[in-house]
Design a binder for this molecule. Structure first.
Ligand code: ZN
Length: 326
């Protein structure tokens, strides 16, 4: 039996770049482009031009999916559905992201957060393999939390915003007011990369190993992990992003988390922390991979689990190579 052609379009929309791609049913990338995030008009026009050119070359898309920075309006009955809403990114407030592509691409469309897409990518190719319920956290210019619940990205009235929870202040950190433009000292306001820079007067990556910044940071991230543990009861928490890349942060968060859970209930007491709080392993294009997977699911109602079984993950290998050359 010859399978019907399936052509997937996807974008990972980030604050510095839009990664755009076209892939086939096996997840092999046929074309991709990296477009700088400048003004909405310029960036969205360049992305549309990429898809128009590749649709002319490869044929119509079976589905199209975007994983984007937010906040986003994801409830289909909301009047601003498909828009980026109150982002601090200049010029991008109230941009009708999905509407722009609906005007230029004729295909079923899906939109989700960058972190939910990355979680889907981690489930296929990385640290979420074999799991149906886990959290994906990125700690960088902001703090984003993606949730896979029962094998699908979680969202209800809208997507979760767990990066903006409020936590007790860490020992030795009572004066810094935080930098979140909405909440001041919410988690993101206290613990994202720019918050560390604002508090300590230098970029996080230049702080020495024994600087108190790291234990304070670990305390806040462990507070997030404790909250996620109590609310979601995930099988794993994947902690990624630039701030997690150094200074044994995963080990620091694990030991702070054990202290915060305080031996509550046998299932939490018996958590293997090395296996519970881990780094992402699906590579830098996990977000684009996840967006492709969501496009696949939009077209077929199934997840492309066969991508993960394919030899050496052709999609990941292709996109990472392209990105490193870009
Ligand atoms: Zn906030």
């Amino acid at each position: 039996m010859v399978e019907a052609p399936l052509l997937l379009g996807a974008i990972e929309a980030g604050g510095t770049k839009f990664l755009c791609g076209i892939a086939d049913r096996n997840g092999s990338v046929l074309a991709e482009a990296r477009i700088s995030t400048t003004t909405p008009d310029e960036t969205l026009e360049a992305a549309s031009a990429f898809f128009a050119e590749n649709i002319a070359r490869h044929g119509p898309l079976s589905a199209f999916s975007i994983g984007s920075f937010g906040p986003l309006s994801l409830n289909p009955i909301a009047p601003d559905y498909g828009s980026i809403t109150s982002t601090p990114k200049a010029g991008w407030q109230d941009v009708d992201l999905l509407g722009h592509f609906r005007r230029t691409i004729d295909a079923p469309m899906a939109l989700d957060t960058d972190v939910n897409c990355a979680a889907v990518g981690e489930r296929l190719f990385g640290s979420g393999r074999g799991l149906d319920t886990f959290c994906y956290v990125t700690v960088g210019t902001g703090i984003g939390v993606g949730l896979l619940v029962g094998g699908a990205p979680h969202g209800g009235a809208n997507h979760p915003e767990a990066g903006h929870i409020r936590l007790p202040r860490a020992d030795g950190d009572h004066d810094f007011p935080g930098i979140c433009p909405f909440h001041g000292d919410c988690l993101e306001g206290l613990a994202c990369g720019p918050a560390m820079k604002a508090r300590w007067g230098e970029a996080a990556e230049t702080l020495s190993d024994d600087h108190p910044a790291w234990d304070i940071e670990a305390d806040y991230l462990a507070g997030l992990c404790a909250t996620l543990t109590y609310v979601v009861r995930p099988d794993r928490i994947i902690l990624g992003g630039g701030v997690m890349d150094s200074h044994a942060m995963h080990a620091r968060v694990r030991s702070a988390l054990v202290a915060k859970l305080a031996g509550y209930d046998t299932s939490m007491r018996s958590l293997d922390m090395d296996d519970y709080v881990v780094a992402p392993t699906a590579g830098p294009s996990a977000g684009l991979t996840g967006a492709f997977a969501i496009a696949y699911r939009t077209a077929t109602r199934q997840w492309p689990m066969h991508w993960a079984e394919a030899a050496s993950g052709s999609l990941i290998a292709s996109t990472d190579k392209e990105l490193s050359n870009a």
